[in-house]
Design a binder for this molecule. Structure first.
Ligand code: NAD
Length: 475
């Protein structure tokens, strides 16, 4: 299947091709071969993007909310219409199976649908004052926004930030991941075709460190939102201090999953195994540290291994594939190192454990009895590896779940309603799924605590993150 797209920058309403610019080779992770060249923004391009956003911002902010909403709704509709073609680009660039890619594009469209409506209900507040006096609290757009998004859900994560920021009335400069420029370019195309005025949205690929320094360091960008790793998030936050730029950081997790002995074991296993290997485990809320109550530990790992053996790894474009390759050449190497370290420290390999053939494949892997000092118990693998250990009772389970400096998502399986409530209270995480993995939706806040970052995406909180408040007092 051909990789059928033009890779360009989008600045001030015009598409810029590669002439005279440096380029990055886009690689299909299923083969390891190059499939395209994406142009990288020069400093002059970034300055043009900043100037265009600065010009467009006051006009977009002043645009009637019905019109802003209609453009966002149209962009969502175009993404749905084009979902099959965009999904094929995504699979070729990132590796995930086609059905997952299509689901991601539909999820991106749902962000535009939701924020197109939510902005209409952005009422502000009126405070109680003596007769004849008024005090009101308004929420206003923060200004020009920069977004930095990763390669694991390249179109969904971009849409989550951009839909909320545009709904709020901000102008946006986005740096998507260079690995997946075709599908993110399709999002820019949908906004352009939906009638978004020029300069309101720009898409700039580039060398990540150069682009983020330039944009965050400018006095034009008033807020940025980053999704990616903890070290990069911390580095960007330091840059933001100098320019007093507001920040939302959605960083990594290392999600614990507590499996209590009163859960419905077969049903639980049927849910957890596909979730673990979704997007080859490259999900910031991927279930990873499985703590299982002692009495059902052996049955759990036996059932997990049997289901893992049925996962079909291959090119995401093939109908039979249930798990694709990892997204880039760095990932199999990183995961091999974590698995080898765990084995050396006494973990048992119950399934997989090796790199696959060709491309950037790694086998779906299950490790049992993983000791606490194994690197993989402490650092997010961000790959197709489940690690398991035993727990004795509720307090032990909570201690294990909360022992790391991360707190993005956590999951628990139990049929005991009171225990479910206590778990919800005791686990330190931004999102908790109990008998469920559905912790990300357009209408609910998504974000972490501790080293997993701060600020929310999704829900009304996701809109507020692109707003500032102003109180007006009238005597
Ligand atoms: P990385 O830290 O180098 O990059 C992560 C993302 O941040 C990439 O998209 C990259 O383009 C971007 N980035 C890197 N440096 C940047 C900078 N200075 N300014 C702006 N953007 C920058 O790591 P990686 O090798 O791509 O991925 C490894 C780890 O990153 C994973 O193990 C995982 O923990 C984390 N990660 C998390 C998420 C998430 O959804 N939270 C997504 C992707 C990667």
């Amino acid at each position: 299947m051909t990789y059928d797209t033009e890779l360009k920058l989008f600045i001030d309403g015009s598409w810029r091709s590669g002439e005279g610019r440096d380029a990055f080779t886009v690689v299909n992770p299923a083969t390891g071969g190059g499939i395209g060249e994406v142009p990288l923004a020069s400093t002059a391009d970034l300055d043009e993007a900043l100037a265009a956003a600065q010009r467009a911002y006051p006009l977009w902010r002043a645009t009637d909310v019905e019109k802003r909403s209609a453009i966002l709704r149209k962009a969502g509709a175009l993404l749905r219409e084009r979902a099959d073609a965009i999904a094929r680009l995504l699979t070729q660039e990132q590796g995930k199976p086609l059905a997952e890619a299509r689901g991601e594009v539909i999820g991106a469209a749902s962000m535009f649908d939701w924020y197109a409506e939510e902005i209409k209900r952005d009422y502000g507040r009126t405070l109680v004052r003596p007769a004849g006096q008024r005090a009101i609290v308004l929420r206003e757009p923060v200004g020009v926004v920069a977004t930095f998004t990763p390669w694991n859900f390249p179109i969904y994560l971009l849409a989550k930030k951009v839909a909320a920021a545009l709904a709020a009335g901000c102008a946006v400069i986005s740096k998507p991941p260079e690995e997946t420029p075709g599908c993110t370019g399709a999002l820019a195309r949908a906004l352009d075709d939906a009638g978004l005025p020029k300069g309101v949205f720009q898409l700039v690929h580039g060398v990540p460190d150069q682009v983020s320094r330039h944009l965050i360091g400018s006095r034009i960008v008033r807020k940025f939102s980053f999704t990616g790793s903890v070290p990069v998030g911390k580095a960007l936050m330091k840059l933001a201090a100098d320019s007093m730029t507001r920040v939302t950081l959605e960083l990594g997790g290392h999600a614990p999953v507590l499996i209590f002995d009163d859960c419905d074991l077969d049903k639980t296993l049927d849910m957890v195994v596909p979730q673990k290997f979704r997007n080859a485990g490259q999900v910031c809320v991927s279930p990873t540290r499985f703590y299982v109550q002692e009495s059902i530990y052996d049955a759990f790992i036996t059932g997990f291994a049997a289901r893992t053996a049925k996962v079909v790894t291959g090119d995401g474009l093939a109908d039979t594939t249930s798990m694709g390759p990892l997204a880039n050449a760095r990932r199999p190497a990183a995961i091999s190192a974590l698995v080898d370290d765990a084995k050396a420290k006494g973990a048992r390999v119950m399934a997989g454990g090796e790199r696959g053939e060709g491309g950037f494949f790694f086998q779906p892997t299950l490790l049992a009895d993983v000791p606490l000092d194994a690197d993989i118990m402490n650092n997010e693998p961000f790959g197709p590896v489940a690690v398991t250990a035993r727990f004795k009772d509720f307090d032990d389970a909570i201690a294990q779940a909360n022992r790391l400096p991360f707190g993005l998502a956590a999951f628990a399986f139990t049929e005991n309603g009171r225990r479910a409530n206590l778990l919800g209270d005791a686990i330190e995480a931004g999102m908790i799924g109990i008998n469920s993995f559905g912790v990300s939706s357009a209408d609910s806040p998504f974000g972490g605590v501790k080293d997993s970052g701060f600020g929310s995406e999704g829900g009304k909180e996701g809109l507020e993150t692109y707003q500032v408040v102003k109180a007006i007092h009238q005597a």
